[in-house]
Write a protein that binds this ligand. Structure first.
Ligand code: BGC
Length: 445
């Protein structure tokens, strides 16, 4: 049986969250609207019309929730700062209540001996900035830099661990190309301009944190998925390569100073020319102390000439009769190992932290308990794969489970439950699931 001490005594065990998914009070205490507030208020955008204004009410309950982090035995708590709680209009006037709130959250962590990890951008752009074009507008970079400076100066004495951006591919693709996440924009030109400005913001944010905070440990996070070809035909193999460029390589490579991976996907060549990305190669680059990897599933793809641009199509886990979670995401711990290996093979990746990993299931409360045996099995499989990678010398320094408690799962609303703690969204009652108790025991082992 795997033990937490197998990973070494300095390995960092944590649990991750994000502001928009847990805080609630979305239009209270001086907070300005974010793109998620606007998006969720529109009909048809969130499953079952679920609303984002209360979620887990963490704003009022953070003390109890941080106490739960302690009870479960995690050493670190990852949370994000809602930009529009600090700057209601994205820039200009600062909201003192917002500033105070995050001081309180940080102080509560520190009092419990829990190390705070702060994410600066976890998808909740101030609506006022979206009204100026959001991530597609060049003016976003100055606004983001100011926001980063304010947070660094305000909290940098107490907090040393920072994550600049959560999954740049996640929000640029879902929010600016496919339109299924906020702000609901579509099309390639929106996507590529969001990619360009995000890549700049990521590096510039890192540089600001470095300049403002002594002894800062600075990272950023990337979503990643092993991409497998459905068959060994040339067409499927090339399709898998293109999807790999898009989903895995698009942001890490400019961050490492390698530019965008256009040699393996010609569409990126046009983007490079349009945005003159080669001129910015140094601006995209930053020497992060750690790279956060977030993995949930591998993807199996096949060539499909009818899909514009990428010409690839996912062959779902269900149709291949593979085990999958309630999201339909394939459970495949070998692919977790393989994708960590892929990212470890970049010579300049010095430290890898798994900043998110977890699974949604159709949990049920029975006799005051949530017996989520499948989630326990998921964690056991994935942690074993992680240990294998670590023992083979891949530079893995920590792991954060997604997520502390069931929360607002973006376009899925409250239907997808990823928590180690069950949330009753009517009463806000928290109930530690069996997987939470499993973690508690594991972290003592
Ligand atoms: C995001 C989280 C999200 C999780 C599960 C990650 O892409 O960072 O905010 O809840 O995946 O979908």
């Amino acid at each position: 049986m795997i033990k937490s001490t197998d990973f070494g005594k300095d390995f960092l065990w944590g649990v991750a969250t994000a502001a928009a998914q847990i805080e609630g009070t979305s239009d209270m205490y001086g907070k300005g609207p974010s793109i998620w507030d606007t998006f969720a208020a529109k009909s048809g955008k969130i499953k079952k019309g679920h609303k984002i204004n209360v979620t887990c009410d963490f704003y009022h309950r953070f003390r109890e929730d941080i106490a739960l982090v302690k009870v479960l035995g995690f050493k670190t708590f990852r949370f994000s700062i809602a930009w529009s709680r600090i700057l209601p209009f994205g820039k200009g006037e600062v909201n003192p209540e917002g500033i105070r709130f995050y001081h309180n959250v940080i102080d509560e962590c520190l009092e419990h001996g829990i190390v705070p990890y702060i994410t600066l951008y976890h998808w909740d752009l101030p609506q006022a900035l979206e009204d100026e074009g959001g991530w597609t507008s060049f003016s976003i970079n100055a606004a983001f830099n100011t926001f980063v400076s304010i947070c660094a100066i305000e909290y940098g004495d107490k907090v040393k661990n920072w994550i600049v951006i959560n999954e740049p591919f996640g929000y640029t693709s879902l929010g600016y190309m496919l339109g299924v996440h906020a702000p609901g924009k579509t099309g390639l030109s929106n996507f590529f301009s969001a990619v360009h400005h995000t890549a700049l913001a990521q590096a510039e944010g890192g540089k600001i944190l470095r300049a403002e905070i002594n002894n800062a440990n600075i990272g950023t996070t990337f979503s990643c998925s092993e991409i497998l070809a459905y068959t060994q035909s040339d067409n499927d193999i090339l399709a898998a390569k293109r999807v790999d460029c898009l989903m895995n390589r698009l942001f890490i490579e400019p961050t490492l100073g390698l530019g965008f991976p256009s040699a393996d996907w010609d569409v990126l060549e046009k983007f490079q020319i349009e945005y003159g990305t080669w001129r910015h190669i140094d601006r995209y680059k930053f020497d992060f102390d750690f790279i956060g990897l977030q993995n949930y599933f591998p993807l199996t793809v096949k060539y499909n000439a009818f899909i514009p641009v990428i010409q690839a199509w996912e062959v779902k886990a269900k149709s291949r009769k593979k085990p999958h979670t309630a999201m339909g995401w394939e459970i495949n711990a070998d692919s977790f190992y393989n994708i960590i290996k892929q990212f470890s093979s970049y010579p300049d990746v010095k430290n890898i932290m798994i900043t998110e990993n977890g699974a949604a299931y159709h949990d049920k409360v029975t006799d005051g308990k949530v017996n989520d045996a499948e989630r326990i099995e998921y964690f056991q499989l994935y942690l074993s794969a992680l240990l294998k990678a670590k023992n083979e010398g891949m530079p893995i320094t920590g792991y954060m489970a997604w997520t502390l408690m069931d929360n607002f799962e973006w376009a899925e609303g409250f239907n997808a439950r990823f928590g180690l703690v069950h949330t009753d969204f009517k009463t806000q009652e928290r109930l530690i699931k069996n997987s939470g108790y499993w973690w508690q025991k594991f972290l003592k082992s």
